[in-house]
Design a protein around this ligand. Structure first.
Ligand code: SF4
Ligand code: SF4
Length: 368
C-alpha cells in the first residue's frame, strides 16, 4: 500500500503560510535582484535611469558576484527571486544568470520592458519556465508609448516581444503606471493588455530617481484625477502602490511609531546592481556591501536597524489616521521633503482625497 496522497493547497494559501512562518522565524524567503541599471529605453518616470550611464555600468555585479549571492540566498532558504533592472535583457549574460537561478530551484519572476525579447529568448524561457513575467505597458498607441519611453521604434518592439511570449503560452502579466502622458488612454491600454489574454494592473505612485532627482514627479497626475481613475477601475485592476507584506489595512492611527510601516525588514531583501543588500531599492541607509559580506551577515547588520527605526519627531505621519491610503515612504520623503519623517505633499493629498472619497473627513496636514 502506498502512502496516502498529500493534501492539495492553493498557491495563495501556500505563499501566505510561508511568509507568516518566515516573518515569525525571521528568515528570508524573497529576494529582488537588480541585475543592471542599464536599459535600452529612457522612460520619463524611471527611477533607475540616473544610473544608466556607461561609467556607472562598470560598477555593476559580475556574473560571479550574482551567482555567489544566489548560492547564499538559497542557503538562507529563499524561495522567490525577482530579477529586475534597468532592463534585465540589456545584460548580455542574463540568460546564464537565469539558468543558474533555475538550477537552484527558485521560483523566478522577471520584470522586463519586453522590447529586447527575441525568438531565442522566448524559446529559452519556454524551455525553462519562469514563475511569472511582469511587463510594463506604458501606452496603447505608438505616440503615447514612445512619449513615455523616449525611444523611437520601442512600441513595435514591445508588441513583437509580447507576441513571442504570448504565442508560447508563457505566464505574462502587465502593469501600467498612470501618468500625465498616458492618462487619456488608460481604457485602451487595458483593452490592449486584455487582448493578450492577460491581467491589467494599474498604479499611480511615481517616485524620485535613486539619486534624489525629482524629475519623474513632473509626470504625476493630480490627486483628484488619481482617485477618479481608481474609482472608475475595477478593484482587481488596481495594483496597490504601497509596498510590502505589512498587511496593514483599515483606517485609524498606526499601532506603534515604527518608521517603516511597509514590509521592509521582514521577509525580503533587495540586492542592488552594485552588489549591496538593503530592504528596498529606495532605502540607501542602511545598506551592506555583498562583495565583502555574506547575505547572512548583511541581513544581520541591516534588518535590526530598519526594524528598530522609530519616529523621533512629532511629524503628522507619526499618528496619521489615513496612513494605509498613503504611498509615502521614508526614503522618498528624504528626497522630497528633506526628512524621512515628514509628509510628502503629493502623496499626502492623494491619501486625503482617497479618504474623502470614502466619506472620511480629514485635512491634509501639508495644506493646513
Ligand atoms: S524600461 Fe524600465 S528600466 Fe528601462 S527606462 Fe523604462 S522604467 Fe526604466
Ligand atoms: S504623508 Fe500625509 S497621508 Fe501620508 S502618512 Fe504622512 S500625514 Fe499621513
Amino acid at each position: 500500500m502506498g502512502s496516502p496522497p498529500l493534501p492539495m493547497i492553493d498557491y495563495q494559501e501556500f505563499s501566505l503560510k510561508v511568509h507568516d512562518h518566515a516573518a515569525e522565524h525571521r528568515t528570508i524567503v524573497n529576494a529582488q535582484v537588480e541585475v543592471t541599471y542599464g536599459c535600452n529605453l529612457r522612460c520619463v518616470h524611471c527611477y533607475t535611469d540616473c544610473y544608466n550611464r556607461p561609467d556607472l555600468l562598470k560598477r555593476e555585479m559580475r556574473f560571479e558576484d550574482v551567482t555567489r549571492i544566489l548560492d547564499q540566498l538559497h542557503d538562507q532558504g529563499c524561495l522567490w527571486v525577482c530579477f529586475t533592472g534597468g532592463e534585465i535583457f540589456a545584460r548580455k549574460d542574463f540568460l546564464e544568470i537565469y539558468a543558474y537561478a533555475k538550477g537552484k530551484g527558485f521560483l523566478i519572476t522577471l520584470f522586463t520592458n519586453a522590447t529586447l525579447i527575441t525568438e531565442r529568448i522566448a524559446d529559452f524561457l519556454k524551455d525553462q519556465l519562469p514563475f511569472s513575467i511582469d511587463i510594463s505597458c506604458h501606452g496603447a498607441t505608438e505616440e503615447t508609448f514612445e512619449q513615455v519611453t523616449q525611444v523611437k521604434g520601442s512600441f513595435q518592439r514591445f508588441l513583437q516581444g509580447v507576441r513571442l511570449l504570448v504565442e508560447r503560452g508563457l505566464p505574462v502579466k502587465f502593469k501600467t503606471k498612470a501618468m500625465t502622458v498616458n492618462a487619456h488612454e488608460l481604457g485602451q491600454i487595458k483593452a490592449l493588455v486584455e487582448s493578450f489574454g492577460a491581467e491589467f494592473r494599474l498604479n499611480s505612485a511615481i517616485y524620485p530617481r535613486l539619486d534624489g532627482d525629482l524629475a519623474p514627479a513632473n509626470y504625476r497626475l493630480q490627486p483628484e484625477q488619481i482617485v477618479a481613475i481608481e474609482q472608475s477601475m475595477q478593484a482587481e485592476d488596481q495594483e496597490d502602490g504601497r509596498c510590502g507584506a505589512a498587511g496593514e489595512t483599515g483606517l485609524g492611527p498606526p499601532p506603534d511609531d515604527r518608521l517603516f510601516r511597509c514590509g521592509c525588514g521582514t521577509t525580503g531583501v533587495h540586492i542592488g546592481a552594485w552588489g549591496t543588500l538593503s530592504t528596498c531599492t529606495w532605502v540607501n541607509e542602511p545598506r551592506a556591501d555583498l562583495r565583502v559580506k555574506s547575505v547572512a551577515e548583511a541581513v544581520e547588520e541591516v534588518f535590526p536597524e530598519v526594524r528598530g527605526a522609530h519616529y523621533e519627531t512629532d511629524t503628522p505621519c507619526r499618528a496619521c489616521e489615513v496612513y494605509t491610503l498613503c504611498e509615502r515612504m521614508p526614503a522618498n520623503a528624504a528626497a522630497e521633503a528633506g526628512d524621512q519623517e515628514q509628509p510628502v505633499e503629493h502623496f499626502c493629498r492623494v491619501a486625503y482625497t482617497r479618504a474623502e472619497a470614502l466619506g472620511i473627513k480629514g485635512e491634509c496636514p501639508v495644506n493646513r
